[in-house]
Design a protein around this ligand. Structure first.
Ligand code: PEP
Ligand code: MN
Length: 266
């Protein structure tokens, strides 16, 4: 890991997006796996408003099967853009050709797990100043994940936020195995903010709240949670989606735990 000079020596600027300051307090990001319609997005915004700092929503979706829903693309970006006066938004860029339009329409650019080692894409987001959420590849070691961050920093963008989203293991009860070891290790070794995605990390809605609390206890700087106004009818990842009410309960518990840890100086 010795050649990760920028990751290890980075002083990490405060990354501020709307009311969220990554690295200071607990940042909560919530929203649907996929942007489906304006009505759906507005219902989510109403449901999470005042609890989440940032809205998530996939417009371009990376799907394992070419026959699965691929996202509504540009139309989805426009819907996200239309709520930015109310709440900042994050969305994934899949293809380097879409980067100009995605970066214009979102507040944080997401690099998904499947693109963590798409080096041309990492270099291009590195040339921007916009914050980048770098999700860990599902089969990436911590060193490979940090090397991907190094690519972005090397191009001059210091605004990198890391996201642990679970890795592949032999366990098949859960979609992935949330690797909280990595959160603690990366927080100890670097100054980069690290957030956790227990939705993809577990793939099971009934596990999301407790794994969120475990992530807070591990020192995560934030959480990104899939929330849908009608989870069982979500067009993607319905098994892991929370309702707005469930998210709000989660947010209260997570904030209370964070508060307790801070006041106890743990
Ligand atoms: C997502 O967050 O929308 C997503 C597709 O997650 P991941 O890249 O972690 O699989
Ligand atoms: Mn999803």
């Amino acid at each position: 890991m010795d050649d990760l000079k920028l990751v290890f020596n980075n002083k990490s600027p405060m990354i501020s997006v709307g009311s969220a300051n990554f690295g200071q307090g607990l940042v909560l990001i919530a929203g649907p796996c996929s942007v489906e319609s304006e009505t759906q997005v507005r219902k989510v915004v109403d449901g999470i408003y005042g609890r989440a700092h940032i809205l998530r929503g996939g417009a371009f979706k990376p799907r394992t099967s070419p026959y699965d829903f691929q996202g509504i693309g540009l139309e989805g970006l426009k819907i996200l853009n239309s709520v930015r006066e109310t709440i900042p938004v994050i969305s994934e860029v899949l293809d380097v050709r879409d980067l100009p339009i995605v970066s214009e329409m979102v507040d944080i650019i997401q690099i998904g797990s499947r693109n963590m080692q798409n080096f041309p894409l990492l270099k291009e987001v590195g040339k921007l100043k916009k914050p980048v959420l770098l999700k860990r590849g599902m089969q990436a070691t911590i060193e490979e994940w940090l090397s991907a961050a190094e690519y972005i920093l090397y191009e001059g963008n210091p605004n990198v936020i890391l996201c642990e989203r679970g890795i592949r293991t032999f366990e098949s009860y859960t979609r992935n195995t949330l690797d909280l070891n990595a959160v603690v290790a990366v927080k100890q070794k670097t100054n980069l903010p690290v957030i956790v995605d227990p939705s993809h990390g577990t793939g099971r809605s009934e596990l999301v709240t407790n794994l969120s609390l475990a992530a807070v206890a591990a020192g995560a700087d934030g959480l990104i949670i899939e929330v849908h106004p009608d989870p069982k009818n979500s067009v993607s990842d319905k098994e892991q989606a929370l309702s707005p009410g469930e998210f709000n309960t989660l947010s209260e518990k997570a904030k209370a735990l964070r508060c307790f840890l801070e006041s106890a100086s743990l």
